[in-house]
Design a protein. Structure first.
Length: 212
């Protein structure tokens, strides 16, 4: 048998960083088709890709609408890439500049809520607050202080603190006079008749009091 003359494989020189960047820029500026609206787009500023996770292209308008629906309607924090059969999730930090401050804060809130599933929690009932508060210690909690606005509320009935009144009566408090009277009763340690629910102040005498 004769010897077969083999041609050695060509070894291409490695691409220089400038060449790699040029190729990346050309790919970035190429026309793409959004996988949500299926519309071709040539504007590179309108292109969104899931940074470092997957490379499915979408237009920014479609992605903003998609993320908003997932957060506000579905209350989902771990948002998957909308591409068919893609299991990658979107990176909230990479999407922060895309969705804007208010929607990004909402995204963070939804992620926090998902992280504390199983804990007893509520939102502060005071106006202009609505902070999420978690009962990390367990047990029955009533009078609580909001760590955000520093105002008191009832963790059990989720209403503003109803000093001197039970949770079942807190919904019937109509004005500031009722609230002020309740705080005074709590301060003076007035007791309530378990039968008629009137407040009683014992000044002197026997501890046994009979309801009229």
């Amino acid at each position: 048998m004769g010897n077969t003359l083999q041609t050695p494989p060509q070894i291409l020189p490695p691409q220089q960083p400038q060449q790699q960047q040029k190729i990346a820029d050309e790919e970035e500026n190429q026309e793409f088709t959004c996988e949500i609206c299926i519309e071709p787009t040539s504007n590179a500023d309108k292109k969104f890709t899931n940074t470092n996770r997957c490379s499915h292209p979408f237009c920014t308008d479609c992605m903003i609408k998609y993320i908003r629906v997932k957060l506000e309607d579905d209350n989902v924090g771990h948002i998957k890439c909308p591409a068919f059969n893609c299991d990658h999730t979107l990176d909230p930090l990479a999407c922060a500049s895309l969705v804007g401050p208010s929607l990004f804060v909402r995204w963070c809130d939804v992620l926090c809520e998902a992280a504390i599933v199983g804990f007893d929690k509520c939102y502060c009932p005071h106006r202009n607050c609505n902070a999420l508060i978690v009962n990390e210690c367990g047990g029955n909690v009533k009078k609580s202080n909001c760590p955000n606005c520093r105002r008191w509320f009832c963790f059990e009935c989720k209403r503003i603190w109803h000093a001197g009144f039970g949770c079942e009566e807190s919904g019937e408090l109509r004005d500031r006079n009722d609230m002020a009277f309740g705080r005074l009763a709590e301060q003076k340690k007035w007791m309530r008749c378990p039968r008629c629910r009137h407040f009683v102040e014992l000044l002197e005498g026997c501890q046994i009091v009979k309801c009229r």
